[in-house]
Design a binder for this molecule. Structure first.
Ligand code: T3D
Length: 255
C-alpha cells in the first residue's frame, strides 16, 4: 500500500523501512505522508516500532531535487515535517531508530526524535544544514542541545561535520552503537525486549522525561506521582510483582 516505505509487522514489532535507497532515503512529500500515516494507523498488537533505512543509508534528509519543497520551506515544515515528527514522538508504542548508515540533515533529526536510537558503528550523523545555507530543523535545535549540551550542539551545527556512531553514543546523542556485523540481530533483540515489556509504563516514562525538559522539580514530582499512580493500577504492575514473588519471568501484556 506504500510507495516510499516498507511496513512489516512480526511478533508485535512493526518495522518501518525508509525505502528510496537510490537517494539514501531522502525525504520527499509522499514519504513524509506515508511515515505519518503508518505510525498513526498501527495495527492492533504492535508494541514497538523500528524505523530503519533500505540500502546503505538511513536517511539523507530533505530531497534536494524537490523544487516544490524548496519554494516554501516554512510551509513544508509546518504542514509535512511537524505531523511526521508528532507521529513519532506521540506514537502509542516505543519507537526505535535503527540507524543503519548515514543520517543527514532532517534524516538525523528524524532518527533523534525516536525514543531509542541505535546505530551501526559505520553510521554517521551530520547536521548537514549549513552546508546548503540552512539551519537545523525537524526538531534538531530542540533535542540536540538537550542531549549533548550547548557547546557540542553548536559545534555539530556550525561545522556540519560527520559524527561517528561511537562518538554519538559517547556524548549522549544516541543510546548505543553496535558493530555492523550482527546489527540487525542486535536491533531485533532490543525490539523484542521492548515488545515484551510494560508498554504503558514506557509511554509514561516518555511523558515524564519530555516534561522534565521544561518544568521545575515540584511540578515534576507531582507528575511522577500521578503517572506512578496510573502504573500502580496497571495489570503489568500486578504481574511484575507476582512474577517476582513467584521467582519467574514476568509476562507483560502492555496494559
Ligand atoms: O522543506 C525543506 O526543504 C526544509 C527542510 C530541510 C531539511 C533538510 O534535511 S536540509 C539537508 C538536506 N540534506 C543534505 O544536505 C544531505 C545531502 N546529502 C549528502 O550530503 C550526501 O549524499 C550524504 C552525506 C547523505 C551521503 O554521501 P555519500 O557520498 O555516501 O552518497 P552520495 O553519493 O552523496 O549519495 C548517493 C545518491 O543519493 C546520489 O545520487 P547519484 O549521484 O547516485 O544519482 C545523491 O545525489 C543522492 N542524494 C543524497 N542525498 C540526497 C540525494 N538526493 C536528493 N536529496 C538528498 N538529500
Amino acid at each position: 500500500p506504500f510507495d516510499t516505505i516498507l511496513f512489516d509487522v512480526r511478533d508485535a514489532v512493526a518495522t518501518l523501512t525508509l525505502n528510496r535507497p537510490a537517494v539514501m532515503n531522502a525525504l520527499n512529500a509522499p514519504m513524509r505522508a506515508e511515515i505519518t500515516q503508518a505510525l498513526m494507523t498501527l495495527p492492533p498488537g504492535v508494541r514497538v516500532v523500528v524505523v530503519t533505512g533500505a540500502g546503505r543509508g538511513f536517511c539523507s534528509g530533505q530531497d534536494l531535487t524537490d523544487a516544490g519543497a524548496a519554494a516554501d520551506l516554512e510551509r513544508v515544515l509546518r504542514e509535512e515535517y511537524e505531523p511526521m515528527l508528532a507521529a513519532i514522538t506521540g506514537c502509542p508504542v516505543p519507537v526505535i531508530a535503527a540507524v543503519n548508515g548515514v543520517a543527514a540533515g532532517a534524516g538525523a533529526n528524524l532518527a533523534l526524535a525516536a525514543d531509542v536510537v541505535i546505530a551501526a558503528e559505520s553510521a554517521i550523523f551530520i547536521q548537514a544544514f549549513t552546508r546548503i545555507g540552512l539551519i537545523p530543523d525537524a526538531g534538531g535545535t530542540w533535542i540536540v542541545p538537550r542531549a549533548v549540551g550547548m557547546a557540542r550542539a553548536m559545534g555539530m551545527m556550525l561545522f556540519a561535520e560527520p559524527i561517528s556512531a561511537t562518538k554519538a553514543a559517547d556524548c549522549g546523542l544516541i543510546w548505543q552503537a553496535l558493530p555492523d556485523d550482527g546489527f540487525a540481530d542486535g536491533v531485533a533483540a532490543r525490539a523484542q525486549t521492548l515488545a515484551q515489556g510494560p508498554t504503558a509504563a514506557y509511554l509514561a516514562i516518555r511523558q515524564a522525561l519530555a516534561a522534565s525538559l521544561t518544568q521545575d522539580l515540584p511540578a515534576q514530582l507531582a507528575l511522577e506521582a500521578h503517572l506512578q499512580g496510573q502504573a500502580g493500577r496497571s495489570a503489568d504492575f500486578a504481574e511484575g510483582v507476582a512474577a517476582f514473588l513467584q521467582k519467574r519471568p514476568p509476562v507483560f501484556t502492555g496494559r
